[in-house]
Design a protein. Structure first.
Lengths: 331, 71
């Protein structure tokens, strides 16, 4: 691990470097005091475990006009995390802050910046000047067709690789061989949105919603026989009745509700039922739930119609998981 | 130390059921008629004594969805 040392007098710098080396690190000659802004908080070398070989490149990446802003943000984030007794503060805490991009995500957001560069296929040169963002890694946005199966991980890999966005046989795991044969991680947008907020507000904030076993919130698309169908955010464990009320209430007496979309199952429409995967699993796998409605069951039939139309439109016999889901609902 | 395993291409499998009939020692059918390993594994290991039966099941799959892989 190299530590940059700056001084105007060579002897002073040599003394500083020797102290660093006695402490077990490697001293790096970072030039004069005038240049030392490149190693201040928020800069690419600050609180990292870079080697002496990596040091010149990282110092060269510091951007003068952004430094004061990044320094202030860095100090703010560090103070916030240090002041939070639930933060995991190990000996490599500051390194983690810089490395894991917590700082970057936060700095981008606070600077009112857009957290992605849309390079749209272009490689190499990140955007310059005012449009430049703090993360030097170029981001390419690929738009996939709006189809249910296009979100399946091998379909995502195919879309990014320029092939039709349909699932493929996973002879090799995507995490071993995905885009261009490289190990690939496919993330859910909702997960990333959660991560950004956890980075910003911390784990205690996240756990304030939901239940002990299933902390946090989820996005629920509520449709069918409700007054105001739409997407709602709710904590896990929310009562089914509260969720339906939030979507404008039931427009007809409900007997059963389909949970979990394509892969889900029917549960009896009991308002007190908690939307918690762990507890609902038993009910759903029973599969008796969807046979339960023997009267009007309008939610069931209307959802069923939408559901089948959707599946027929998107599926075209290409996704087994969704097919079994449909068949399972039929039973 | 690799093992011969039975891999199902789920994008090709149509749940015709031949494999479960030809390899009852390894496979059963799930609620929808699709093959499921008795062990619950995604890719069940094929023991040496079942290798020939497994090869026949691979060759006879009408959807060509089966193959033996070394893992």
């Amino acid at each position: 691990v190299a530590i940059p040392v700056a001084a105007d007098v060579d002897d002073d710098r040599a003394l500083g470097m020797s102290l660093v080396e006695q402490a077990g690190f490697e001293g790096f000659d970072a030039g004069t005091i005038t240049d030392s802004w490149r190693q201040q908080p928020g800069s690419p070398v600050y609180c990292t475990d870079l080697t002496a070989e990596e040091m010149p490149g990282a110092l060269g990446k510091a951007i003068g006009e952004r430094s004061p802003k990044r320094r202030d943000l860095a100090m703010h984030v560090i103070a916030e995390l240090m002041g939070d007794p639930t933060s995991e503060l190990g000996k490599d805490f500051l390194v983690r802050v810089n490395r894991r991009g917590r700082l970057r995500a936060q700095a981008v957001r606070q600077a009112g910046g857009t957290p992605v560069v849309v390079a749209n296929g272009a490689e190499g040169e990140p955007a310059s000047g005012k449009d430049r963002v703090l993360d030097p890694v170029p981001v390419v946005v690929t738009v996939a067709p709006e189809a249910f199966i296009a979100g399946e991980e091998s379909a995502v890999v195919a879309a990014v690789s320029g092939r039709p966005a349909v699932p493929a046989d996973k002879l090799l795991r995507i995490t071993d061989s995905g885009v261009g044969g490289a190990p690939t991680l496919v993330q859910n947008v909702e997960t990333l949105a959660h991560l950004a907020l956890i980075a910003r507000h911390g784990p205690v904030w996240f756990r304030a919603a939901g239940t002990g076993a299933e902390p946090g919130t989820f996005l629920a698309t509520v449709g069918g026989a409700v007054g105001a169908p739409g997407v709602l955010e709710a904590g896990y464990g929310v009562r089914l009745g509260d969720l339906i009320d939030a979507a404008g209430g039931a427009t007809t007496p409900l007997q059963a509700v389909l949970l979990g979309g394509y892969h889900g199952g029917w549960v009896p429409a009991r308002p007190g039922l908690p939307a918690e995967v762990r507890r609902l699993a038993a009910l759903v796998t029973g599969r008796g739930a969807c046979r339960h409605p023997d009267g009007t069951a309008r939610l069931v039939t209307s959802t069923m119609r939408t559901f089948e139309a959707d599946v027929a439109a998107h599926l075209a016999g290409r996704c087994l998981a969704a097919e079994s889901g449909t068949e399972r609902v039929h039973r | 130390m690799s093992t011969v395993r039975l891999h199902v291409d789920w994008t090709a499998c149509d749940g015709r059921g031949l494999c479960a009939e030809l390899l009852p020692e390894l496979l059963t059918e799930d609620d929808w008629g699709y093959p499921a390993a008795r062990t619950g594994e995604a890719e069940p290991a094929v023991p040496a004594e079942l290798r020939d039966s497994a090869r026949r099941a691979v060759a006879r799959c009408p959807a060509l969805a089966l193959r033996l892989v070394q893992r």
